[in-house]
Design a protein around this ligand. Structure first.
Ligand SMILES: [Zn+2]
Ligand SMILES: [Zn+2]
Length: 311
């Protein structure tokens, strides 16, 4: 977790973050199987867990990422509130801080100033950066978001938002349905563990494994399994090539519930100005990547033939 607002140094609460992060993980890994074997699980507990997993995950992907970080569409204040409320429940910083850091990731990708620099290894990009990354958040890159009073309220009172949405609300709902412990273990601890690792997989797995469909030299790759786990965010090669597009899974068969939700909301006027890169530019990028790949493998064959002939 990161309980700070963006006014102080980014690693201010590092030990508290580590204890919170490890505590919820250990409670989920040990507590959930124990609880299941002892008490089983009711339908209301399953519903609460699935709802929280979905609401928290989609608020990070369609909200923190595509709405606030990249401004790929505009949303009704009610939608903004939903994303800020459940996004805070992910304990991954305020939308303002998250967006600032994420914009740095795109701007400085694979360099010292990239918060989740994959060149420092899989572990660092996945989770190590939470412990070792020392840069201050430079809020110069989120001046546009600072004009949004809801975003600023969530940033200023982040702890209040995060605890209310991520801890108190599931506990109250669990208490009212007679399953307080179940709500704590599944809808808080297990849900947070799953959301953390699936979100972090975008920075680690998707910068190391998968297909380079649109830009063969980018470390960002398209990975269908991560896309499945993260509401469509795994098509990361496309996303780094076209970060201004509200879609990540751009082809009809690709799993991208964040895109579907944004599109669905637009039918009711709850989202608007959805930005799409033209089909022509996408096709052009794909063909250029395939051409480059063919050229590279032809070069390799040519080189190995030359070596064999000279021996
Ligand atoms: Zn990336
Ligand atoms: Zn992005």
């Amino acid at each position: 977790m990161n309980i700070k607002t963006t006014s102080g140094p980014i690693r201010e609460n590092i030990w508290l973050n580590i204890i919170f992060f490890s505590g919820t993980t250990v409670a989920a890994l040990i507590g959930c199987p124990f609880y299941l074997s002892r008490f089983g699980i009711s339908s209301s507990e399953i519903f609460l867990f699935i709802f929280y997993l979905w609401a928290t995950g989609i608020s990070v992907t369609a909200g923190y990422h595509r709405l606030f970080s990249h401004v790929t569409y505009k949303a009704h204040p009610l939608v903004e509130f939903f994303f800020l409320f459940f996004g805070a429940a992910a304990f991954e910083m305020s939308a303002l801080g998250w967006s600032s850091q994420h914009r740095d990731h795109h701007r400085y990708v694979d360099t010292e100033n990239d918060p989740y620099n994959i060149k420092k290894g899989f572990f660092y990009a996945h989770i190590g950066w939470l412990i070792f990354w020392k840069h201050r958040s430079n809020l110069d890159n989120v001046r546009d978001l600072q004009k949004n009073s809801l975003v600023m309220h969530q940033d200023k009172h982040y702890l209040l938002w995060a605890v209310s949405s991520g801890i108190l609300m599931p506990l109250v709902l669990g208490f009212l349905s007679g399953h307080l412990l179940g709500a704590f273990l599944f809808s808080i601890c297990l849900r947070l563990t799953v959301v953390y690792h699936s979100t972090f997989a975008i920075n680690s797995v998707c910068h190391m494994f998968g297909k380079a469909t649109y830009d063969i030299y980018a470390t960002a790759k398209d990975h269908w399994l991560v896309a499945f786990l993260t509401n469509g965010e795994g098509y990361h090669n496309f996303h780094h090539r076209f970060p201004g597009d509200y879609r990540n899974g751009v082809r009809w068969y690709q799993w991208d519930p964040s895109k579907w939700l944004i599109g669905f909301l637009s039918w009711f006027g709850l989202s608007r100005d959805l930005k799409r890169v033209s089909d022509f530019r996408i096709l052009e990028a794909r063909l250029a990547a395939e051409q480059q790949m063919a050229r590279d493998s032809a070069d390799k064959i040519f080189e190995s033939t030359n070596v064999a002939e000279n021996e």
